[in-house]
Unconditional design. Structure first.
Length: 442
C-alpha cells in the first residue's frame, strides 16, 4: 500500500517528498492509517487534531490517543478544542457545516504559521462515492459528479486511491490501533444513510463497484475538463467587458448548444443560482428592462445584452462644491474645477469636460443623482426644456446607465447632466469673461 500511495502522490502531483505536510487526524481508522503510511514512507509531517467536544469523554479520549501517537514518533503535534454547539447556534448552521468551517480555518492557520506546505485529509474512494451520490440527490451540475478531488489549493487527499476495505485490511494486517466513533454507526446524518443503506445495495448489483467507481470518476473528471474548456471558449465569444460591467450578447447566447447551462456557468461567480439563470433565459423575449439580483450583483435584461453589474448601496448623498474647491470625489469618480480666461476650442470638446460662463454660475453648486421630475434645457436644442428622464431614454441609455447618472445644479437649476450634456442657460458665449471648466474622471 505504501508503494501505491507513493505512485498516487506522484501521479496527482500532490507534493514533493521533501515538503512538510500537516495531517488532519481524528483518531479514526482512516486518518490513523494515513499517519502510519506517512511514517513508514518517511515523509516530513506533523499531526493536527480537532476536538469538537460533541461526544463528551470519547472526544477527549480521541485527543489523548492522537497526542500519544505524535509523542511516540516525536513529531510536531497541534490540537484545539472547539465550542461547536455554540458556533452552530450563533451562525445558524448544521453541526456538519460548523465542524467543517472550524476545522479547515484552524488547519490553514496552523499550516501558515508552522511552515507546512499542504494540509492532508484521509478521504478515500468510498467518501468520494458518498459525495457523488449525495450531490446527485440534492441536485448538482457536472462538477458535483467528480467526487472529492485529490488536490484543491493547499488541501490534498493522498488516500483517494484506496477503498475503505483496503484501509481496514491494512490496519488489521499491521495491528494498528485506532478509535471508533459511535456516531458513524447511526443513520442520523444523510451521508451515513448513503453509506449504510445505499452503497450496500449498489454493491449487490455490481460486485465490482470499487473498480467501476474508480473508472467512472476518471471519466467524469475528464468530461468536466472538456466541459470547462468549452465554457471558456464560448464565454469569450459571447461576452465583453466594458469597464466594470460584463455584457452578454443575447443572440449569440441563444445560438449556443445549451444557453441555460452556459449562462449559469458565466453568472455563478457572481452568486446567481440555477433557478435565477433559468428565469433569465425564459425572460429574454418578453421582459426587457427586468433586473435580477444576487447577494453581490445585478443582471439587467437590456435590448441586446444581459448586463452584469456589482451591486452598490443606493445613496441620496448630495455633494456641495464651493468656489475655491479644486477637486471633489463622489461615487462615480471625481470632478476637477479650473477657471480659465480663454474661450475653449469647442471642436475638440469631450463629453467628460464641461465649460460654463462663470458669471451665470452661483456657488455652492450641488452634485446629486437625478430624480423623477428633473428637467433642464439641453444645449443645442434652442432653449427647449426637456425632462432628464426623457433625455436619457432618447439617448438609449440602459437602466444601469440611467441609475448611475448625476446632475450638477446651480441654485436649484441643472447646469450639467454630468458627462453627457450641459444646459443652454449656462453656456459660454462671445461675451463670456471667466470660464469655469469642469472635468470628470471615472
Amino acid at each position: 500500500m505504501i508503494q501505491t500511495l507513493q505512485d498516487f502522490i506522484q501521479k496527482e502531483n500532490l507534493f514533493h517528498p521533501k515538503e512538510r505536510i500537516l495531517l488532519a487526524v481524528s483518531g479514526g481508522v482512516d486518518s490513523i492509517v494515513l499517519c502510519h503510511l506517512f511514517h513508514q514512507a518517511k515523509f516530513k509531517f506533523g499531526i493536527a487534531h480537532c476536538n469538537f467536544q460533541l461526544r463528551g469523554s470519547d472526544s477527549d479520549g480521541d485527543a489523548l490517543f492522537v497526542k500519544s501517537l505524535a509523542e511516540e514518533w516525536q513529531i510536531p503535534f497541534f490540537e484545539i478544542a472547539f465550542e461547536t454547539n455554540k458556533y452552530v447556534e450563533e451562525n445558524k448552521v448544521s453541526i456538519q457545516v460548523a465542524a467543517r468551517d472550524l476545522r479547515y480555518d484552524w488547519l490553514e492557520k496552523i499550516r501558515n504559521e508552522n511552515d507546512f506546505q499542504y494540509i492532508a485529509t484521509a478521504h478515500h474512494l468510498d467518501d468520494s462515492l458518498e459525495t457523488i451520490l449525495y450531490n446527485f440527490t440534492k441536485g448538482c451540475g457536472i462538477r458535483g459528479l467528480h467526487g472529492i478531488l485529490p488536490k484543491v489549493k493547499n488541501v490534498i487527499r493522498p488516500l483517494l486511491f484506496s477503498h475503505k476495505k483496503e484501509v481496514l485490511l491494512f490496519a488489521k494486517n499491521h495491528k494498528i490501533s485506532f478509535r471508533e466513533d459511535a456516531s458513524n454507526a447511526t443513520d442520523k446524518y444523510a451521508r451515513n444513510n448513503i453509506r449504510h443503506h445505499v452503497i450496500p445495495v449498489l454493491e449487490k448489483m455490481n460486485p465490482s463497484l470499487p473498480k467501476t467507481v474508480t473508472e467512472n470518476i476518471q471519466r467524469l473528471t475528464e468530461t468536466e475538463r472538456l466541459f470547462n474548456y468549452a465554457i471558456t471558449l464560448l464565454q469569450k465569444e459571447i461576452t465583453e467587458q466594458r469597464g466594470e460591467q460584463l455584457f452578454i450578447h443575447l443572440e449569440k447566447l441563444k445560438a449556443t448548444p445549451a444557453p441555460a447551462t452556459l449562462l449559469f456557468e458565466i453568472l455563478q461567480p457572481f452568486n446567481f443560482n440555477n433557478d435565477q439563470t433559468a428565469q433569465m433565459i425564459n425572460s429574454i423575449d418578453h421582459q426587457a428592462g427586468a433586473i435580477f439580483h444576487s447577494s453581490t450583483h445585478q443582471v439587467l435584461l437590456d435590448r441586446d445584452f444581459f448586463i452584469v453589474k456589482k451591486t452598490t448601496p443606493t445613496t441620496d448623498h448630495q455633494f456641495f462644491i464651493n468656489e475655491n474647491d479644486a477637486v471633489i470625489n463622489f461615487p462615480a469618480g471625481h470632478l476637477s474645477f479650473e477657471i480659465e480666461s480663454q474661450v475653449p476650442d469647442f471642436s475638440q470638446k469631450e463629453k467628460q469636460v464641461a465649460h460654463f460662463d462663470l458669471r451665470k454660475i452661483k456657488f455652492p453648486l450641488t452634485l446629486r443623482k437625478w430624480k423623477a421630475g428633473d428637467y433642464f434645457h439641453p444645449i443645442g436644442m434652442q432653449g427647449q426644456k426637456k425632462k432628464v428622464k426623457k433625455f436619457l431614454t432618447d439617448l438609449k441609455l440602459n437602466r444601469f446607465e440611467k441609475e448611475d447618472t448625476w446632475i450638477l445644479e446651480s441654485e436649484g437649476e441643472i447646469c450639467w447632466v454630468v458627462g453627457i450634456r450641459e444646459d443652454e442657460r449656462f453656456k459660454v458665449d462671445d461675451e463670456s469673461g471667466s470660464i469655469l471648466t469642469i472635468s470628470m474622471l471615472k
